[in-house]
Design a binder for this molecule. Structure first.
Ligand code: BZD
Length: 833
């Protein structure tokens, strides 16, 4: 029950309603007030960390005032809202983003400087919010930024993990994982201890007949865990809209922290129950593109889906509308299959709790949900064992069987006697044990299914989901190519470039209409402009060089070509191809005469990325990169011609330093394996060129910027199957240049060759599934072309400028408008004073 102040008393409230600082002086006043009162510090003990906290609290006040207005306005207007369900939100730091989005960074810089602080040092105090693994989680974060910026009434729903993605340390060349405890002193969340939901697990289903003779189901005797809401304000850029990200935290329900046990002296077991409940939201699973079927993961998924659905339904019921209006008021987007249980949960609520008939309920459900697929990799497709689900969620398993039954009946009508088809598309895989195929359930329970780049969406339609295209027709399947938010990935990460562009274009409008970048093409031949462009790249390379020096001790020369691959380590992303290429380059340079060496373009090969803790091959790749770095970096024959750097603990805030500093970045997945990729967009937006395969969004980037401005290589997706087939039947020849690289590794040049034998064997002996050998020659040759191109500074600059000018398509603003129009059917709502 919400308590509203009676109308006659509201005058007093309005009179004293909180107000926002609007200039440097007012900011300083707020900052000092927070430091002296909220933090209980003074000018005698205010370090950078306290300055950060004070600044964050001052900005938080501003955000929450606008958050309140936005929520009131959205409730009052009561138009359709979007709910973005994602198990991951990889937000990074919030302060810089808040300053820029509310347009007060300059005031803050001056104010902090008056009080003795440098804004960059203050910003750097913040701990990244790292509640995600990689692209999927970061996409959700970019979506939140664009939804707020475009004034869509939209909420994110996720889990408040106590531990985000682990911190990576490199010890003797090996990855070590350190827990990421990030919640102490996090000023950006608001606990809502009054907003709780009881979530049930286990127990059994009982069937009864109600007064009308209808069979009803009750789910009884389970364990209850309580979900508590924590709200994070999401400011839009240049708008008052401040949306909400609601993260659920688990704790023992007041009933469950058993006071009887407690009072009876069974203290330990009472505490154990509590810890058990808190385990649900304790830790983010650190796997990307791998699902291992662990019970705790399923518990996380249901806990979060059930809490979110309860919240959404509660909000809808306050409007007292009829149930059939639910899809006109609510759009729910499923970020991958992780929240698929939300489909089943809504059906359960409508049937078991609200008493709707099956068909009426199911019609509401399917109109409400949309499902985004991010991968075609088989090992990433979620399946849950039926016995596991039976035990944890007995009622949901029944409902899944019913959904499947009705679905298979319609399929049978359309494709009579096609038993193969029925078993292929069944939600239940008839294996031992039986498995629930979550992607199929998500397709059946949604009105739209989308992939994240054109090639990826086409592959979904022609391979994984082919049968479903036949069953439902092509309209249920669509493409929405990914993007990134230009606020964080251009304006915040690269202030110098953003300022130069603004100067040329006469303002910062391009940040909210990225297609305006095309006006830059008019300046491609402008000498002064080129000069400034080049200068900014050098400044950004210096910034990265400084960072590398301070974190690794290595000196790198900013005149070298900075060649960067940063992303999660995965065989399909082929960091092994990159490091083999580096070894090849090393061997080639070592063989050169002094004369020949003079022609070599000096390079710095920069790697970064985490391996899932249980992914041995990925860890081996990290180990090899670090061992190669050890050898190359201290080889006097090589000097500055080649340096190899592994940046520890790659994360969002490091990406903000890394992306603006690339000359070249690598997006070299085996064709047909990467859904989209989004760092490719970040790098090009910052004036870096890319070397890449014809995969994911690389193809659309090429279409937009022109094939002269990108270095493409390698086999095409349409040829991959045939090549793998050939390898399987023994038709495999190790590429001769790669053979030299392997010989060097096996000579113990980079330490004990046995450490890397699994890696070389996967290629030489076990079928080279990712086609490293098939693509090696093309890769090396293309790097040669990169070297040649880099020698021509003017040409390179023209490519860089032209590419940025043509990147307008890859803003998440375009992406969100596409979702809004073709999937969600929602309208923006501007928040005025
Ligand atoms: O999603 C990534 C894809 O691999 C990229 O191609 C794509 O650009 C982005 C955004 O659409 N997928 C992931 O990042 N996936 C995961 O992190 C993940 C996490 C848990 C379980 C399964 C996958």
């Amino acid at each position: 029950v919400e308590a509203s102040i009676p109308e006659p008393l509201r005058e007093a409230w309005r009179k004293y309603s909180a107000s926002e600082f609007t200039n440097k002086e007012e900011f300083e006043k707020e900052l000092v007030r927070h430091i002296e009162t909220t933090l209980a510090r003074s000018l005698y003990n205010c370090d950078e960390n306290a300055a950060y906290s004070g600044t964050a609290l001052a900005f938080r006040d501003r955000l929450i005032i606008e958050w309140n207005k936005t929520q009131q306005r959205q409730t009052f207007t009561d138009q359709k809202r979007v709910y973005y369900l994602s198990l991951e939100f990889l937000m990074g730091r919030a302060l810089d983003n808040a300053m820029l989005n509310v347009g007060m960074k300059d005031a803050a810089r001056d104010g902090l400087s008056d009080l003795g602080f440098r804004i960059e040092d203050v910003i750097a105090q913040e701990h990244d919010a790292a509640l995600g693994n990689g692209g999927l989680g970061r996409l959700a974060a970019c979506f939140l930024d664009s939804m707020a910026t475009l004034n869509y009434p939209a909420w994110g729903y996720g889990l408040r993990y106590r531990y985000g993605i682990f911190k990576q340390e490199i010890v003797n060349g090996y990855q070590m994982e350190v827990p990421d405890y990030w919640l102490d002193n996090n000023p950006w969340e608001f606990p809502r201890h009054e907003i709780t939901v009881d979530i049930q697990f286990y127990g059994r289903v009982k069937n009864h007949q109600n007064e009308n003779g209808k069979v009803v189901h009750t789910w009884e005797d389970g364990e209850i865990v309580q979900a508590v809401a924590y709200d994070v304000p999401i400011p839009g850029y240049g708008t008052k809209t401040t949306n909400n990200l609601r993260l659920w935290s688990s704790k023992a329900s007041s009933g469950e922290f058993d006071f009887q046990k407690f009072n009876a002296g069974d203290y330990e077991s009472a505490v154990a129950d509590q810890q058990n409940a808190e385990t649900i939201s304790a830790v983010l699973y650190p796997n990307d593109n791998l699902e291992r079927g662990k019970e705790l993961r399923l518990k996380q998924q249901y806990f979060w889906c059930a809490a979110s659905l309860f919240d959404i339904v509660r909000r809808f019921k306050k409007t007292r509308r009829a149930w059939n209006e639910f899809p006109d008021q609510v759009a729910i987007q499923l970020n991958d299959t992780h929240p698929t249980l939300a489909i089943v949960e809504l059906q359960r609520i409508l049937i078991d709790e609200e008493g709707l008939e099956w068909d009426e309920a199911w019609n509401i459900v399917t109109k409400t949900f949309g499902y985004t697929n991010h991968t075609v990799l088989p090992e990433a497709l979620e399946k849950w064992s039926v016995p596991l689900m039976q035990n944890l969620l007995p009622r949901h398993l029944q409902l899944i069987y019913d959904i499947n039954l009705f679905f298979l009946q319609t399929v049978e009508k359309r494709f009579p006697k096609d038993r193969e088809m029925l078993s292929r598309v069944s939600i239940i895989e008839e294996s031992h044990p039986k498995m629930v195929r979550m992607a199929y359930l998500a397709i059946i329970g949604s009105h739209k299914v989308n992939g994240v780049a054109e090639l990826h969406s086409d592959l979904l339609k022609t391979t994984l989901f082919k049968d479903f295209v036949e069953i439902y027709g092509p309209d249920r399947f669509t493409n929405v190519t990914n993007g990134v938010t230009p606020r964080r990935w251009l304006h915040q990460a690269n202030p110098l470039l953003s300022a130069l562009i603004a100067e040329k274009l006469g303002g910062h409008e391009f940040l909210t209409d990225l297609t305006l970048l095309d006006k830059l093409e008019a300046f491609v031949d402008d000498k002064d402009f080129r000069h400034e462009w080049a200068h900014i790249k050098t400044m950004n390379k210096l910034r990265l060089a400084k960072f590398i020096k301070s974190t690794t001790g290595h000196e790198v020369d900013p005149n070298s070509l900075f060649d960067i691959q940063v992303k999660r380590i995965h065989e399909y992303k082929r960091q092994q191809l990159n490091i083999f290429g580096v070894i090849h380059r090393y061997l080639t340079i070592k063989d050169m005469s002094a004369e020949e060496k003079k022609k070599v373009v000096p390079r710095v090969s920069i790697f970064g990325g985490k391996a899932a803790p249980g992914y041995w091959m990925a860890k081996t790749i990290i180990h090899l990169i670090n061992k190669v770095a050890d050898v190359v970096n201290k080889d006097a024959d090589i000097g500055n011609l080649l340096k190899v750097i592994f940046i520890e603990d790659y994360n969002v805030s490091k990406a903000e330093i890394i992306c603006p500093a690339s000359d070249l970045s690598e997006h070299i997945s085996t064709a047909g394996t990467e859904g989209s990729g989004t760092s490719n967009m970040k790098f090009v937006m910052n004036g870096g060129l890319i070397i890449g395969t014809c995969d994911g969004a690389n193809i659309e980037i090429t279409r937009e910027i022109g094939e002269n401005n990108i270095f493409l290589f390698g086999n095409l997706a349409e040829d991959v199957e045939e090549l793998r087939h050939r390898h399987f039947y023994g038709d495999f020849q190790l590429d001769p240049q790669l053979a030299k690289v392997f010989a060097a590794i096996k000579s113990n040049m980079f330490g004990d060759a046995a450490d890397f034998s699994a890696l070389t064997a996967s290629i030489e002996e076990h079928g080279d599934y990712y086609l490293v050998s098939d693509d090696f020659n093309s890769y090396i040759t293309t790097h040669g072309m990169v070297d040649e191109a880099f020698k021509n500074k003017e040409e390179w600059l023209a490519k860089s400028i032209t590419s940025v000018a043509r990147m307008g398509f890859f803003s998440t603003d375009r992406v969100i408008n596409e979702y809004a129009d073709s999937i969600w059917n929602v309208e923006p709502l501007e928040i005025k004073d």
